[in-house]
Design a binder for this molecule. Structure first.
Ligand code: CTP
Ligand code: MG
Length: 225
């Protein structure tokens, strides 16, 4: 079976709101609910693990109780870094989960098609993430000075969902902990094991809602601006 995990235990500092951004309302319901509905509408997803802030578990529980059509789910407490939150989520995986997806709760605009494509790629290849070809020319900068301009054709922005065979992800997390490695996504932990991670080309609507203008953009995508 396929389990999807949702890190939602951040504070949303860059959003500048009074509460965790994933609990803010988008088109009348919390961002987290939009995200969970997408995965509940994905035929290949069987189980959801919601990773909430320790102090927000009750609130998240109440919000999800009101949602009739969610796939079976569990809520667990997160940690101080996204990686630690995911690590806690891994401990709560159902025994029969063979494929694990990790998806930022703050990406409610993900397409069901992307979720399904990532799952198929994981079945075939063991590890795959949603990614978007880079539109900008990206510079590597050290001390305010450009030291490299990588060829744009080689650059992709990593999105989520990121999917892995269960053992691949568990081994990568164990090794990262042992080495004290802290990555900004799940794929980087798997890459450093020497395992090939494939990409699934995603659409550029699947943004991570980070700042107030991202929230406006999401409203616009949903046809409310
Ligand atoms: N996240 C988490 N646990 C943390 C930090 C982040 O579960 N300790 C989650 C967030 O809730 C979010 C996702 O990881 O769904 C991506 O992180 P990000 O966009 O950085 O969210 P925040 O950390 O909440 O935002 P900010 O960095 O602006 O404070
Ligand atoms: Mg953060």
């Amino acid at each position: 079976m396929v389990a999807a995990m949702f890190p939602a235990a951040g504070s949303g500092r860059r959003m500048g709101a009074k509460k965790n951004k994933v609990l803010l309302s988008l088109d009348g319901k919390p961002i987290l609910v939009h995200t969970l509905r997408k995965f509940s509408n994905s035929p290949s997803v069987d189980f959801l693990v919601v990773i909430a802030g320790e102090n927000e578990i009750d609130e998240v529980g109440r919000i999800l109780e009101d949602e009739a059509d969610l796939k079976p789910y569990k809520i667990v407490a997160g940690g101080s870094e996204r990686q630690y939150s995911v690590e806690n989520g891994l401990k709560a995986l159902p025994d029969d989960a063979e494929i694990v997806l990790v998806h930022d709760a703050a990406r409610p605009l993900v397409a069901v098609d992307t979720i399904e494509k990532v799952i198929s790629a994981v079945r075939e290849k063991g590890a795959a993430i949603a990614a978007v070809p880079e539109k900008n020319t990206v510079k590597v900068v050290e001390n305010g000075i450009i030291v490299d301009t990588p060829k744009r054709e080689k650059l992709y922005a990593a999105q989520t969902p990121q999917g892995f065979k269960r053992d691949v992800l568990l081994n990568a997390y164990e090794k990262a902990r042992k080495d004290g490695f802290l990555g900004t996504d799940d794929s980087s932990l798997v890459e450093r094991m020497g395992f090939s991670v494939h990409i699934v080309i995603d659409d550029d609507k699947n943004i991570k809602l980070t700042t107030p203008s991202d929230l406006k953009m999401a409203e616009a995508y949903l046809g409310h601006l």
